[in-house]
Design a protein around this ligand. Structure first.
Ligand code: AOS
Ligand code: ZN
Ligand code: ZN
Length: 406
């Protein structure tokens, strides 16, 4: 039955002029990094719920992440957060990750959970606190050298709650100063991914509030600094795919933190609230990957895709499986866009024809295609079902409650 469904799918796509072998190759090349913090207990400012069976230490977070990779084949690295994932010996954590077929991905410095940082970390008006924060960034560079990580996701909670509370322009200079020092400590193959966020936890102004501020800073720092787009960090109505296209054209799109949001930074499972937005983001990336400018093509190929979610009420491993599968599904759909058809319609000034050529790709059921590539890779057709029928979820209950949390 499934073979027949795929045969029909392939015939249908070939007739539309889609190169199915290329689509499959690109789907097999997709890699999505999962975050260590997505496996632990998390919550809101109101309550962190304790779940049974969550990892008790960074090593167990990698054990759980390995399940996601084993069943999907697309989640081979795990981002770590320092000090949430502090261990005595990072070399040991690296070996543990490798023994599971994983690698340690982006290092995320934590500059928001220390009493000293109430009024800012790298933008604090107190030089001693700025020094402490910058030292933490440098410590993270040292850790990355031990773990083999090549990237840093930099998110700063820095901002103010009231007009006059901080000197906005001085804080801007301090931010640049601290990041320039960190930049100077990088190995040539490392990258800073600068994240922006419109608000929260600061509610009046945030030092890096939007992509333009992150982009400007990246440009001033140098070619090893790029912008990280967290899909949850925009004001309602923002056109994220436009930002993505703009950054790709500037060859400065470093990576994504994928999640869904309905209101603000809800950190819900990616693709659950507005899968069409995710599809349209991939439309821009796939389009850039076929650009005539080699730099734009190269940027499109070097994007780091990461999940950034806190699973407050969900079961952690199934939530992560759902997340990476949702990303894979939307990429699969975006790969079915016939760009010639879109461009020809746009050239004819056929507005509805162009829109139709984009949307039609979204409307295909890509299940037979995903089953086919999983089969070719020796993976289960339905990774979620395979996980739920395995004993892993029951076995980890022996860890008990009160595991790692943020
Ligand atoms: C915070 O809103 C950001 O999305 C960061 O990426 C943060 O470091 C991550 O959520 C882990 O706390
Ligand atoms: Zn993020
Ligand atoms: Zn966030």
């Amino acid at each position: 039955m499934s073979d027949r469904a795929y045969a029909f799918f392939e015939e249908q796509q070939k007739a539309r002029g889609i190169n199915i072998d290329e689509v499959k190759a690109r789907l097999k090349a997709l890699k999505i990094e999962t975050p260590s913090w997505g496996y632990g207990d998390s919550g809101t400012r109101f309550k962190v719920f304790q779940k049974e069976g969550v990892p008790r230490n960074p090593f167990e977070k990698f054990d759980d992440a390995a399940q996601v990779h084993k069943l999907t084949g697309i989640a081979p690295s795990v981002a770590i957060h320092i000090p949430w994932d502090k261990v005595d010996d990072y070399g040991k954590l690296k070996i543990h990750a490798e023994s599971l077929g994983l690698s340690i991905g982006a290092v995320n410095p934590n500059l928001f959970q220390d009493e000293d940082y109430m009024l800012g970390s790298v933008t604090n008006s107190d030089a001693a606190i700025r020094r402490k924060a910058t030292n933490h960034l440098l410590e993270c560079v040292d850790i990355a050298k031990e773990t083999g990580s090549k990237e840093f996701s930099l998110w700063f909670a820095d901002g103010t709650n009231y007009p006059g509370q901080g000197h906005i322009r001085k804080r801007k200079a301090w931010m640049q100063e601290a990041l320039a020092e960190m930049y100077g400590a990088l190995s040539p193959d490392m990258r800073l991914l600068i994240e922006y966020k419109c608000f929260e936890p600061a509610f009046y102004h945030t030092d890096l509030a939007d992509w333009g501020m992150a982009y400007n800073l990246a440009q001033k720092l140098g070619p090893q600094a790029e912008v990280l787009v967290d899909t949850g960090h925009h004001l309602p109505g923002a056109n994220i795919e436009h930002i993505v296209a703009y950054l790709l054209d500037e060859k400065r799109l470093g990576g994504f933190h994928f999640n869904s949001r309905k209101y603000a930074d809800d950190d819900l499972i990616v693709g659950t609230v507005n899968p069409y937005e995710l599809f349209l983001i991939f439309y821009q990336i796939v389009s850039a990957a076929g650009d005539s400018d080699a730099g734009v093509r190269q940027n499109a190929e070097s994007i780091t895709y990461m999940i950034d979610q806190s699973h407050n009420i969900e079961q952690k491993i199934p939530a992560m499986l759902r997340s990476v599968l949702n990303v894979q599904t939307q990429l699969a759909k975006a790969l079915l866009i016939n760009h010639d058809e879109v461009n020809e319609a746009a050239e004819r000034h056929d507005v509805l024809g162009a829109e139709d050529a984009v949307r039609r790709a979204f409307e295909f059921d890509v299940t037979p295609l995903l089953h086919a590539i999983r089969e070719e890779q020796g993976l289960p057709h339905d990774p979620m079902k395979a996980y739920l029928s395995s004993s892993y979820g029951k076995d980890i209950l022996a860890r008990g409650k009160g595991g790692a949390s943020w």
